[in-house]
Structure formats: structure tokens, C-alpha cells
Design a protein around this ligand. Structure first.
Ligand code: ADP
Ligand code: MG
Length: 489
């Protein structure tokens, strides 16, 4: 018999919760010869993943001991890949333990070559540069296998590698694991749900129940192919959502009642408002009097203020957000930064503009500084929330692959946070275009100044023209923003 790759005796694992202790493994003995394939099966909660975590060295057993003869790589059931990164990059993450942070920004060409070869080997040579989120379940599983192989393992632990795949893909992945085992002399420990698959591919089947080994039976190894399984049936169609229909009907009835009961005095006010609105529309004669060139320049100034304010605020907010994010800095640093930001955000943009008009005088400079001060408070909050939200299981998986804190940030947190960061910047730009157009009212430059003058002089047709220009600018910026968002998503 081949020497053992894994020898476990009396493994016991207790999870200590706040109130109770869960015994996930109870005196488990396990022998896995080198080059063998052992399949763990058993109902949900029987301790399969816990056993895998102990074998991977990620959980220390409460009692018993485990001897591992070789380098171990684990494939998580939920894969823990970085969705926005390409297949190739995800596989390269497998070598983060042996590549420095600086080198990992482009990865050495020898490592790139290896990663490409591995992806070709698992049948993904045509999708090297595809973001993982665009891959099918079976393809993503292949990327995860390639990433594990990038660590040069002797022992591969695969937790439910086919649980989320259809039968055809499941059979293909199992066949791939068989081939890799033969080619590389890998020792395989898999967690499988399907007894037939375990029977067909594993040499030994270990059945767990409530943390105990219930039975150990021989399997057919690679001798047989998985029998075809019946295709899963489609879920039934949902009936039309009755609650939604009822709520809509109630809302319509309620609005109708309110309108019908409105006091008669509203009629007079409504007519007045209409007359006023009519004055905003320039007559053909007034159209020529409107200083279009001057208004156009003011509008461009306004947009410039908004863009410059947003860009500068982004530059300040990024490092501040890093100082506030719970997954980047310790609590004693993050907490005061977040508290200060809460106070900072309570100041409205128009008040900031007033303060800066007092400090640096009338004009666009005061407007830009006002927007920067206001936007920094919000952008920092959006950014640190994005960093914290990007602390996915993928970042944890990279830590397990041996990546240091900064490497995790660069390869798993930053790329995941990027769309949220870009979305926040676009939102701020939309806000700042609107804010910049009124800051002129307090003397902070831009078209708001023209608006205030026109109102002071009761030049209603000019007011109408300015409002129309602002509407066009806002629509244009929102359209740009929607276009940009569609490209980031
Ligand atoms: P399986 O993979 O077979 O479904 P697990 O190893 O995940 O089983 O879980 C075994 C038992 O340990 C279950 O009762 C589960 O609820 C419990 N358990 C798993 N992980 C934890 C944890 N982090 N904290 C507390 N209990 C846990
Ligand atoms: Mg599990």
C-alpha cells in the first residue's frame, strides 16, 4: 500500500458559540494513501467542511492529531474567486505567496506562462482574459481548480466541487479531477453529495454523520463513468403578484380622493402659478435679448466647478476612506475618523460656499472649495463603505493563499470596490452640477450668479432661459453618468 498523504486520529472539533458548543467532528480517524481519491459524503451539517478545514490546516482540532505529507491546496465550495478579475488573474493569485507586492502588479512572465498553461489544461484556453463573473458555473470551477494547482499542491481538497453544476458539467469536472490526479500524482479529498459520483470516481468513500465516521467503503476509482442523471425540472411559473396589484389600486384610489377633496382656493393659486410660468417662456422678440454667449460661458464655468470639485474631493477622500475602513485600519483609528466625518457632513454645501466666499472672496474659486469641502464628507463615507463591502470571501481566500494585507487589498478588495467607487464619484458629479448651479446665488461663481441677477431684475424670460440651460446640462451629465455606469457595472 502507498505511504499515507493524510493520517488523522481521533479528530474532534468543537465550535464554541456564545451560549453553546457545537461538536462538528467527534473522534474521526482517516487514512488517505498518496495518490488516492477519498470522497467524503454525508448529510448537510455532518462535518464534511469542518473536516476539510482541519485537513487544510485552517482550523485547529480541539482534540486528536493530523499528519499531512505534502503541500495542501483547498477549493472552497463557493470558490471565492475575485469576480471582476480575469480568469488568468485569478489563477495568478495562486502564486501571491511567492511573488512580492510590486511584482504582483504585473506578475513575472514565468508565472503568467504557468497560469496560462494551467487554464489551457483545465479547458479554458479560450477564456483567459474573461472576467470570472462572465463565466458559467462549470468554467468558474475550472478557474478555481487552476488557482489551486498554481500553488503546486501534493494534496487537493475540493469541498463540493460539483454541487452547483448540472449533471453533464459535474461529470466533466469529476473527469478532469481524475485526469489531474493521474497526471500529477495528486492526492484527492473531495466532498460529494452524489453517492453515484463518489462510487464512480473515488477509491474510498467515507460516510460522515453528526461528526462521526459512519462507514468507510471502497469505490470504483476511475474505472467507471458517472451514470446520466435526470435533468432538473424547471421551477413553476409564479402567479401575478396580487399584493402588488392591490397596493397599486389602493394608492390610485387614495390620490383620487385627495385630489377631489382639494379646497377651492387651490384653483386660484393654480391659475396664478400658470400665469407666472408663462412669463418664464420668452417671446420671439425676447429671445434675441437673452445674452446667450454670456450665459453659455457661465454654464461652462459651472460645469468646470462641478468637475474640478468632484475630482479634488476624490483625491482627498480616497486616503481618508482608507483611514476609516474597518477592514483596513484598526478600530481606534477608524472610529474617530468616521465620527469627525459625521460632523463634517452636517454642513450643507451652500454654507461651505458662504464660508469660502468670506475666506477667498467672490468667484468660482470659492465655489470649487465649497464643493470640495462638501463632497469630501460624502465621498469618504461612500468610499469606506465600498472598501468594507468589498471585503468578500475572495479576500479571505487570498489570505489563505498566503497573501499579505497589502496584497489582499490590491488584488481582492480594490478591484471589487472599483465599480462602487466609480458609481459614488458619478453620483457626486451629478450632485455637484446641481449644487454648482445655485452656489452663485451666494457669490460663489457660475450660472447661479446670472440667475440671481435675473430674478432681482425680474427678467423672467432670462430666468426661463437659464433654467432651460440648466435642465439641458443636468440631462447631459446624467446621460453621461448612465453611459459610464453601464460600462463599469
Ligand atoms: P457539512 O459541510 O457536512 O455540511 P459543516 O462542517 O459545515 O458540515 O458543519 C458541521 C456542524 O458544525 C454543523 O452543525 C454546523 O452548524 C456547525 N458549524 C459549522 N461551522 C460553524 C461555525 N463557524 N460556528 C459554529 N458552528 C459551526
Ligand atoms: Mg459543507
Amino acid at each position: 500500500m502507498a505511504p499515507l498523504a493524510i493520517r488523522a486520529r481521533g479528530l474532534t472539533l468543537d465550535y464554541r458559540g456564545s451560549s453553546e458548543i457545537v461538536r462538528a467532528l467527534a473522534a474521526v480517524d482517516l487514512d488517505v494513501p498518496q495518490g488516492a481519491h477519498v470522497a467524503l459524503i454525508g448529510p448537510s451539517g455532518s462535518g464534511k467542511s469542518s473536516l476539510v478545514a482541519v485537513l487544510a490546516g485552517r482550523l485547529a482540532p480541539s482534540a486528536g492529531r493530523v499528519e499531512i505529507g505534502g503541500r495542501v491546496a483547498r477549493i472552497h465550495q463557493d470558490l471565492r474567486l475575485v469576480p471582476s478579475a480575469s480568469a488568468l488573474r485569478n489563477v495568478l493569485h495562486g502564486c501571491l505567496a511567492r511573488v512580492s507586492l510590486a511584482k504582483s502588479l504585473r506578475f513575472p512572465s514565468a508565472e503568467r506562462q504557468r497560469a496560462e498553461d494551467l487554464l489551457r489544461r483545465v479547458g479554458l484556453g479560450h477564456r483567459l482574459h474573461a472576467p470570472v463573473k462572465t463565466l458559467s458555473g462549470g468554467e468558474a470551477q475550472r478557474v478555481a481548480i487552476a488557482r489551486a494547482l498554481m500553488q503546486d499542491p501534493d494534496i487537493l481538497l475540493a469541498d463540493e466541487p460539483v454541487a452547483s453544476l448540472d449533471p453533464a458539467n459535474a461529470a466533466a469536472i469529476m473527469a478532469l479531477l481524475d485526469e489531474l490526479r493521474r497526471e500529477r500524482g495528486l492526492t484527492l479529498v473531495t466532498v460529494l453529495h452524489d453517492v453515484a459520483l463518489a462510487q464512480a470516481h473515488a477509491d474510498t468513500i467515507v460516510r460522515l454523520q453528526s461528526g462521526h465516521v459512519l462507514a468507510t467503503t471502497p469505490g470504483a476509482g476511475q474505472a467507471a463513468l458517472a451514470p446520466p442523471l435526470p435533468a432538473a425540472s424547471l421551477p413553476p411559473r409564479l402567479p401575478p403578484n396580487a399584493t402588488f396589484l392591490a397596493l397599486t389600486a389602493a394608492a390610485v384610489a387614495l390620490s383620487w380622493g385627495v385630489m377631489a377633496g382639494a379646497p377651492a382656493t387651490f384653483d386660484g393659486a393654480f391659475a396664478e402659478a400658470l400665469k407666472f410660468l408663462a412669463r418664464l417662456v420668452p417671446t420671439p422678440a425676447q429671445l434675441g435679448e437673452i445674452p446667450w454667449a454670456e450665459l453659455g460661458r457661465s454654464l461652462v464655468d459651472t460645469l468646470r466647478m462641478a468637475v474640478l470639485g468632484t475630482v479634488l474631493a476624490t483625491v482627498f477622500a480616497l486616503p481618508l476612506a482608507a483611514l476609516a475602513a474597518r477592514n483596513i485600519v484598526p478600530p481606534w483609528l477608524g472610529w474617530p475618523v468616521r465620527a469627525a466625518l459625521n460632523l463634517w457632513r452636517s454642513v450643507p454645501s451652500i454654507v461651505w460656499a458662504l464660508l469660502f466666499v468670506a475666506a477667498v472672496g467672490l468667484g468660482a474659486m470659492a465655489g470649487v472649495l465649497g464643493l470640495v469641502a462638501y463632497s469630501v464628507g460624502y465621498l469618504t463615507k461612500f468610499f469606506y463603505e465600498a472598501f468594507e463591502g468589498a471585503e468578500t470571501s475572495a479576500a479571505g481566500a487570498l489570505a489563505e493563499l498566503g497573501a499579505s494585507g497589502p496584497k489582499r487589498f490590491v488584488h481582492a478588495v480594490w478591484p471589487v470596490a472599483l465599480p462602487a467607487l466609480a458609481g459614488a464619484i458619478l453620483f457626486m458629479l451629478e450632485y455637484n452640477v446641481r449644487a454648482a448651479s445655485v452656489l452663485g446665488i451666494v457669490g460663489a461663481g457660475g450660472i447661479g450668479h446670472d440667475l440671481k441677477l435675473a430674478v432681482d431684475w425680474s427678467n423672467w424670460h432670462v430666468v426661463g432661459a437659464i433654467l432651460a440651460l440648466l435642465a439641458l446640462a443636468v440631462i447631459a451629465v446624467d446621460a453621461f453618468s448612465a453611459w459610464a455606469r453601464a460600462r463599469i457595472g
